[in-house]
Design a protein around this ligand. Structure first.
Ligand code: SAH
Length: 393
């Protein structure tokens, strides 16, 4: 905020603060949220009143005091210019037209716009501990316009370009979990095949490995189930290592051919009708919501009839957690399900990764289909349960 704008809303020295202060009983909004931005509590809105007019100020203006989180300069601030400290709007001048009730209405409207009126209400955090009342606010701040979006993606790729091109590197120093990860992925994939592509074993299937890194998923999982795999990865040195790793005689595997695409997911257009399975693991967090949904739409076209998508990803307990260092967002289950819906995808199967270190995010696997498929009901074999003797341990 410019110093001129600050001066404009500073009260004269003889000004008696209390008279104009908005009543807000109890601990201040700022104190309660440890100085961070936070949603506006209902109680605050109900208590919001203000008195107008005071000597030295134009008659049509009144001054107000409150603590209201400001998310993005003055753009998302309902009060126009004023004194903003630590992301909280503290004091401003306002045209008196409409009076205090109009002002209270503006607060309510803004709150509705930011926090309510949609299914997307979950609050989120960034790695500095700042909170965001909605995901829209977070994206507005971190990407904003086209330039901001480009910067976001450049940051992500720059982060990975500085990481060692190895399994340990792509797993953030947790190379040791790769075996466990592949084990559960394999189980999940086999389960999906069982009902979606029952004759998968005898078919020459094709898969796409998205954000493939050094080819870990392809080398340890996909080679055993697919005849051909395409890898798409934006970091050149990862792709080079993947090429070396996968340039072997595929004896004992099903794989006959691999193709490498040096590209980012937000730009990649899967060839139409090419894939039986599109595998997306630990990379979708780099994409903005809009690009995730657009990618889902393109991915759907890239699937063969009956094909499916597997998304395996870290899951936040609620809302989202933005990592400023690598420009990525960890989304909640609810958040993902909303994006699936927007992309026209249905969750056919859903499992949680087991036996990962406790300090890590939960990891979920989703099998996504383009059509809603009813799951087959398990039929009880008559009399089986009744005839099974109980075991006394
Ligand atoms: N899926 C791999 C690698 C995970 S590490 C595995 O499970 O082993 C995350 C990967 O996402 C990195 O290889 C990184 O380069 C890639 N990535 C980063 N931004 C991306 C983007 N916009 N599109 C596609 N991949 C991206």
């Amino acid at each position: 905020m410019s110093s001129q704008a600050l001066m404009w809303c500073m009260p004269p020295a003889n000004y008696r603060k209390k008279r104009y202060k908005v009543r807000d009983k109890g601990p201040s909004h700022l104190q309660r949220y440890g100085g961070r931005t936070a949603p506006i509590p209902d109680s605050f809105i109900q208590n919001a009143t203000c008195r107008s007019g005071r000597p030295g100020y134009p008659a049509h203006m009144f001054e107000f005091f409150l603590q209201f989180p400001v998310f993005c300069g003055t753009d998302l601030c309902p009060f126009g210019k004023g004194l903003v400290q630590n992301g909280v709007f503290l004091r401003g001048l306002r045209n008196r037209v409409g009076g205090p009730s109009c002002f209270a209405q503006a607060l309510c409207d803004k709150k509705k716009q930011l926090c309510e009126g949609s299914t997307r209400m979950e609050e989120g955090l960034d790695s500095d501990g700042n909170t965001f009342s909605t995901r829209e606010v977070m994206w507005e701040i971190y990407t904003g316009d086209e330039k901001g979006r480009d910067e976001w993606y450049t940051k992500g790729v720059n982060y990975w370009s500085a990481v060692e091109a190895s399994v340990d590197g792509v797993l953030g120093g947790y190379g040791k979990i790769s075996g466990r990860d592949v084990l559960d992925s394999n189980k999940f994939l086999m389960d999906c095949f069982k009902t979606l592509i029952p004759d998968a074993r005898d078919q020459q299937l094709t898969a796409l490995d998205c954000g493939a890194g050094v080819g870990r998923v392809t080398k340890n999982l996909l080679v055993h189930h697919f005849y051909e795999v395409d890898l798409v990865e934006p970091v050149q040195q990862f792709l080079d290592v993947a090429r070396q790793e996968l340039h072997f005689d595929f004896v004992g595997t099903k794989l006959k051919n691999v193709n490498f695409y040096h590209n980012s997911l937000q730009d990649f257009v899967p060839p139409e009708g090419r894939y039986d399975v599109i595998w997306i693991q630990w990379c979708i967090g780099h994409l903005t919501d809009a690009d995730v949904v657009e990618f889902f739409c393109r991915a759907k076209l890239g699937l063969k009839p009956g094909g499916f998508i597997v998304l395996k990803e870290n899951i936040a307990k609620s809302g989202f957690v933005l990592d400023k260092e690598d420009a990525s967002v960890t989304r909640s289950d609810e958040y993902f399900r909303d994006l699936f819906q927007q992309g026209g995808l249905h969750v056919y199967k859903h499992r949680t990764q087991t036996a990962f270190p406790r300090e890590l995010f939960a990891v979920h696997m989703y099998c996504l289909t383009t059509e809603f498929k009813k799951k087959k009901k398990k039929t009880k074999k008559a009399g089986k349960k009744g005839n099974t003797p109980g075991v006394i341990k």
